[in-house]
Design a protein around this ligand. Sequence first.
Ligand code: ADP
Ligand code: MG
Length: 257
Amino acid sequence: MGKTILEIKNLESFYGPIMAIRGVSLKVEEGKVVTVLGANGAGKSTLMKTISGIMDPEKGQILFDGEEIQGREPHAIVRRGIVHVPEGREVFPLLSVDENLSLGAYSRHDRAEIARDRDMVFDYFPILAERRNQEAGTLSGGQQQMLAIGRGLMLRPKIMLLDEPSLGLSPLLVQEIFAILKRVNRDEGVTMMLVEQNARVALDLADFGYVMEIGRIVMEGTADRLMQSEDIKSFYLGHQEEGQRGERRWKRKKTWR
Ligand SMILES: Nc1ncnc2c1ncn2[C@@H]1O[C@H](COP(=O)(O)OP(=O)(O)O)[C@@H](O)[C@H]1O
Ligand SMILES: [Mg+2]
């Protein structure tokens, strides 16, 4: 076991009376990629919003590097190195690619290093360098997702929370983006927590995975182990191409390490 960088204990989050996170516990080891799989509405985005401080939990703890961070302000959480790349690639459409990346570094003042990090982002995403003066709103969906990730990298994350980066993108683009995420994890040492409905690509990248259903963790295991699981195969992998993902309940619930 490596060092645990992020640990969540018995977390509960609500939207008014609706309990969206129902006692979630999980761990992320430093340097690893951990995925949280789940159908639409399982609570994946709510979990990420609670970690990044956009939402306050009702109960439970979030420990980052051993320190409790639940309920703190988003900017204080970002400053610790927890960077959330939200669902739906939220870029500033009227600002250029360059300006979007500068905004990513808003909390920093080290100009030379910011320039170096921008070059790093352009190395990972050469298409962004080509379009650096173009308005972000004119980029394709895949390029906007790249920009959202690049902007996150400008904050020098220790851990990146990636909310469904594959959503709405062609299989080819998804492969391209996930290959880059793998390099960022390996070469920059950025720990990743990746929320996905696309189990195949997520498990391919991840070391360890959890499965969420209606606000709870119903299964966990190494990525290899989850890939072999009959439940995962029939629920996420088997019917994915036919668009039947998420329409079946689990036959049985199990947990293993
Ligand atoms: N702003 C909101 N207000 C009320 N309920 C919400 C809101 N956002 C999400 N929910 C509900 O919380 C549950 C979890 O949603 P979400 O975290 O977005 O799931 P996922 O990201 O796994 O698709 C769902 O039942 C959803 O309808
Ligand atoms: Mg979501």
